[in-house]
Design a protein around this ligand. Structure first.
Ligand SMILES: [Zn+2]
Length: 386
């Protein structure tokens, strides 16, 4: 059991607003309302204290992929993102053979049972060949509800989200099936029209998988999925805020149309996140990472990102000029609510897990705590890659 700590002096971002020189008390794994006299005091003057980040769409990091590799590899990816402030992570898979994905779901569900990951997101194979991005075309299939069900069952209660091209045969029935099982149906890698997207939302789809990327653009006579996803209060839109996937003006448009409570900043990270340039595999496809941008060797499609959520935070505040409070919503509170985990993570409130990030005045990570333990001890410089 971790000792009690009182974190003092920082600007603390709470759901109700920011408190100058606030106090957060950590008792064991949780945030507490009062401190025992024996508590250790940690002075965080001049820094920000924000909730740990929640990433609902992440394929790996630290040289490791969640779609392939051993349990230890997956943990390497999870730990790499923790160093960058992501204390709750959903492991995303890319398109593969059905049997292979079911097998991966088995392995990942064990890590979910241990609390290392928050669950599983299947991105593919139920996506559109017209908008396949970095997924293998030969392995794509229609979202037959029986197949969707097979993956959900293989995840043993830990399937959190499935990305679907809902306009394909079986798409709407699959959305209904997922909604009935409490799994998020996410619209993405889609060639749907505006009208088809509205139909999928009405059937129960609640997330836009990396809005703008891998879907038709916003046309004035054919507004497509983007307009439908942005206008509907029931939908949370994922945005990859790395400066490569989205033009700042596109991000600004989405953020202001959806509002700060309906945006989730995700990484869509692949192996190279927190690791470096070079050659990698994304599922069965080869990827070249140059200057931190991941592209398929064949065709040059953007193949996930090398983003970490601390960089998304800094960019949001310093480049996008969003408020710290709205940035916290997009990185912590909104994704936690979406996962149904807001009672334990996503804000700094007594009773919740002591998952938090210390940022300096330039919004660089100075400390990360998860479940009451320092992953990166504060005031010891930048996190290092494992
Ligand atoms: Zn994708």
């Amino acid at each position: 059991m971790a000792a009690s700590k009182v974190l003092t002096g920082a600007r603390v971002v709470l759901p109700t607003g920011t408190v100058a020189a606030g106090r957060v008390i950590v008792d064991g794994t949780r945030i507490a309302g009062s401190a025992p006299e024996t508590a250790e005091t940690v002075d965080l003057s001049g820094q920000w204290l924000v909730p740990g980040f929640v990433d609902i769409h992440n394929h790996g990091g630290g040289g490791a992929s969640f779609t392939s590799g051993t349990v230890e590899d997956v943990l390497t990816g999870v730990r790499t993102h923790r160093l960058h402030g992501t204390t709750t992570i959903v492991a995303s898979t890319v398109t593969g053979e059905m049997d292979f994905l079911a097998q991966r779901a088995g392995l990942l569900s064990e890590l979910a049972e241990q609390g290392d990951i928050a669950g599983i997101h299947f991105e593919g194979p139920f996506i559109s060949p017209c908008r396949k991005g970095a997924h293998s075309e030969g392995l794509l299939r229609h979202p037959d509800p029986a197949d969707v069900r097979k993956l959900v069952d293989a995840a043993r209660g830990h399937a959190k989200m499935v990305t679907l091209a809902t306009e394909l045969p079986g798409g709407i029935d699959s959305v209904r099936l997922l909604a009935e099982h409490g799994v998020i149906a996410a619209i993405g890698h889609t060639d749907a029209t505006y009208e088809q997207t509205v139909e999928a939302i009405d059937a129960g789809a609640t997330v836009a998988t990396h809005l703008y990327n891998a879907m038709p653009g916003l046309g004035h006579r054919a507004p497509g999925p983007i307009a439908a996803l942005l206008e509907d209060e029931r939908v949370t839109v994922e945005l990859i805020n790395d400066g490569t996937h989205l033009h700042p003006a596109a991000l600004e448009l989405a953020f202001h149309r959806a509002g700060a409570d309906r945006v989730a900043f995700i990484t869509d990270a692949m192996d190279a996140a927190g690791f470096g340039d070079g050659r990698y595999m994304l599922g069965p496809l080869e990827v070249e990472v140059r200057d931190s941008v991941a592209r398929l060797v064949e065709g040059g499609s953007i193949a996930g990102s090398t983003l970490t959520q601390d960089r998304a935070f800094k960019r949001s505040v310093t480049v996008d000029r969003l408020s710290v409070e709205d940035t916290v919503r997009a990185l912590s509170a909104n994704p936690a609510k979406l996962l149904g985990m807001y009672d334990t993570v996503g804000s700094l409130e007594p009773g919740k897990y002591a998952d938090l990030v210390v940022l300096d005045a330039e919004f660089d990570v100075k400390g990360v705590m998860r479940r009451g333990e320092w992953v990166v001890a504060p005031n010891e410089g930048h996190p290092v890659v494992l």
